[in-house]
Design a protein around this ligand. Structure first.
Ligand code: GAL
Ligand code: ZN
Length: 689
């Protein structure tokens, strides 16, 4: 079901925070409202973890405080993203039904004491979730402050899978529905390997820790099941909310690019994608994976604007070492999300707690209250966001698609059962994205089934598990002129984690025109090389002995291995197919090599690339069809001067920009230009690094 973008009833972009009034005495609330107004807050998330404060004992509700704060917020002109309050069970429920506690892979039942302590499959938990969700919907569904439902919270956080007896039984039911007969399951799981055949579904357990590596096909199905179990939990609430409050938008917050849950599936059920993202201030290149996260969020619902629901004003408290964000840094990390399609920025959280796990986590109001740096910087940011009203609802331009598929991710990470544990789906996906980022391109993230036809180039970083249908969709795209790049260790197994006939790249063999004879992972500490045009690049993780297919399906060799046992053999190939081209890259190239290759590929796809590599510069364009809004962001601490191709107006300063633009440390400009060209609007750094 796809639903239209909701109107949240906001003026301008959203700005606000997660608000926990239940952590404070009520006499603080009027000051909260006053300061929210001063800061330009128009949306807060509320009651996410409040179940134990709303129902102290079974059926003994206290909605008084929530009624009062909802009313106060409404009077203050602040809209509410209201939690269904089902993120953390109250302890009385856990003590009455200890079987709803989650169990880890070692079979250890996890005790109450942290949030989100529940087994996703527990019937008791599910019944109670349904009950509270209905109660919340009936009580607040027509409250004038209500902008949107915040269903549960970060599915998969803390508990992505549960290995308890209830979950095992649920898993068996899931398997029976998928396979029908135990014979079919045995076939799909390849249980003749190592003598693991089953004679009844009742013998199957969740894959708890075993004496050695567990059947990867079972692990893959358990991961699929775990994602589905979370999704069912989500559906229990969405069905109730849709029935009781059909006019109210709903969402559940994602956790950026995250393994636990297949977000393609979840996103189809929300009205608006919302995300929590915490770039790491200790990583000077943290904006690069952040860009990918945001591109994913925008793409999950086909380019529809989304909302950054949590971000940090400064330090977090959950990494080992948690330095604050430098002055001005939050401005650019927040504007980055808006550049990539978020229609606002909310922070976690409004007021920094004085107790609990997150008392060292930054907030808009730090411990020094309105005197804190984060409050001052937040007020300034809110004022800047107000100047960007025109970008609200606009679409982001991308000419390149990047494929993200959870099945491939899950299947490619079986412990002790791979050619190399160094080959990481996530790292490969990030590496290809980083190459595109460096050349000035943001991406639309695409499911492996497509559709692809809107893109000049599609990059598939890793499709370890590839289905015939996916291969056909990619082939059809190339046939009509598409440009496709496929990364290493793709097309290896099918849906049942079984090697495709004849080996990799399986169903992609005809399209790519190569066959993989053997994978040649590279030992830790050793590097080999690949010769691409007149430069040689390091390859420290992975190589493959590939052979070009004979006859009509043959590919051209673009680059060869230049050291080690594979020296002189093809490393990168390209095959003409129909009106398009398909590249296969069998090695993991160092970043400069990926960039060099992508530059050629982008050029072949008729796309411009940015000159002068400047890792801290980012340019992203949103458009309403008549006007383009190009965000030019400096993610670093040193000024960058860029040339701008056409005269523009900077929405942040109102200034007219011609020829060059200098962005100070963490500087940003939002350049408005008439959108008469479809070409990306590039700014070029005037220095060379
Ligand atoms: C998020 C979570 C928030 C808060 C935050 C801390 O993942 O949703 O409740 O814990 O992390 O950075
Ligand atoms: Zn369980």
């Amino acid at each position: 079901m796809t639903r239209p973008l909701p109107e949240l009833g906001l003026e301008g972009l959203a700005f606000g925070a997660v608000y926990h009034p239940d952590q404070w005495a009520e006499d603080v609330w009027p000051e909260d409202i006053r300061l929210m107004q001063e800061a330009g807050v128009n949306l807060v998330s509320l009651a996410i973890f409040s179940w134990s404060q709303l129902e102290m004992a079974p059926g003994k509700y206290d909605f008084g405080w929530l009624d009062r704060i909802m009313d106060l917020l409404h009077e203050g002109g602040i809209r509410v993203n209201l939690g269904t309050a089902t993120a953390t069970p109250p302890i009385w429920m856990v003590r009455a039904h200890p079987e709803m506690l989650p169990t880890n892979a070692s079979g250890q039942r996890l005790e109450f004491g942290a949030r989100q302590t529940y087994c996703p499959s527990s019937p008791v938990w599910r019944e109670n979730v349904a009950r509270l969700s209905r109660t919340m919907a009936e009580r607040y569904g027509s409250h004038p402050a209500l902008a949107m439902w915040h269903v549960s919270h970060e599915y998969g956080d803390h508990v992505g899978s549960c290995w308890c007896p209830v979950s095992s039984a649920h898993f068996r039911g899931w398997l029976e529905a998928r396979y029908g007969t135990i014979a079919e399951l045995n076939r799909a799981w390849g249980t003749t390997s190592w003598g693991l055949s089953h004679s009844e579904f009742d013998q199957i357990e969740a894959p708890r820790t075993a004496v050695g590596p567990i059947n990867p096909a079972q692990l893959l199905d358990f991961q699929r099941f775990s994602s589905d179990a979370l999704f069912e939990l989500f559906e229990i609430e969405t069905e109730i909310l849709r029935a009781v409050t059909p006019a109210v938008a709903l969402s559940t917050n994602f956790i950026s690019l995250r393994r636990d849950a297949d977000y393609w599936k979840f996103a189809a059920e929300v009205d608006m994608v919302t995300d929590n993202a915490y770039p790491d201030p200790s990583d000077p290149l943290t904006h690069v994976p952040a860009a990918l996260n945001y591109d994913l969020m925008r793409s999950l619902r086909g380019g529809q604007p989304w909302l950054l629901l949590e971000h940090s004003t400064s330090a977090v408290s959950w990494r080992d070492v948690n330095p604050p964000k430098s002055p001005g840094h939050t401005r650019v990390t927040a504007l980055q999300a808006v550049a990539h399609g978020s229609d606002g920025v909310l922070f976690n959280q409004w007021r920094q707690p004085v107790f609990g796990v997150e008392k060292y986590h930054s907030a808009i109001l730090g411990h020094r209250g309105e005197n804190s740096r984060s409050f001052r910087e937040s007020v300034e940011l809110a004022a800047e966001l107000q100047k960007l009203d025109a970008v609200r609802g606009t679409r982001v331009r991308a000419s390149v698609g990047l494929v993200v598929d959870w099945d491939a991710w899950w299947a490619s990470s079986a412990p002790e059962a791979l050619p190399s544990q160094r080959m990481s789906w996530l790292e490969q996906t990030r590496a290809w994205h980083a190459g595109l980022f460096a050349l000035g391109h943001n991406v639309d993230v695409l499911p492996a089934e497509g559709p692809f036809e809107d893109y000049d180039l599609v990059v598939v970083p890793n499709l370890y598990l590839a289905t015939d249908a996916q291969a056909q969709a990619l082939e059809a795209y190339v046939a009509v002129g598409g440009r496709l790049v496929v990364g290493p260790f793709s097309g290896v197994v099918d849906e049942t984690e079984t090697i495709h006939p004849g080996g990799a790249p399986g169903p992609l063999r005809a399209l790519l025109g190569v066959e993989v004879d053997e994978t040649w992972p590279i030992d830790d500490g050793r590097t080999e090389t690949v010769q691409l045009a007149d430069a040689e690049y390091q390859n420290a993780i992975w190589s493959e002995w590939i052979e070009v297919t004979a006859g009509e399906f043959a590919a051209d060799v673009i680059a060869e291995y230049s050291s080690g046992e594979l020296a002189g053999k093809p490393a990168v190939t390209r095959r003409a197919h129909g009106d398009g081209f398909a590249w296969y890259v069998s090695a993991v190239l160092e970043p400069a090599g990926t960039r060099a290759l992508l530059r050629d590929v982008l050029t072949a796809a008729g796309l411009p690339t940015r000159d002068n590599h400047e890792p801290n510069l980012e340019t992203v364009t949103r458009t309403d069809g008549a006007t383009d809004f190009t965000f030019v962001l400096n993610h670093g601490k040193e000024a960058i001067t860029v040339t701008v191709p056409v005269g523009a107006t900077d929405l942040l300063t109102g200034a007219t920009v011609t020829d060059t633009l200098t962005l100070a440390r963490f500087g940003a400009a939002v350049l408005a230009t008439p959108s008469e060209t479809a070409a990306p609007f590039f700014t070029t750094p005037t220095h060379r690094k």
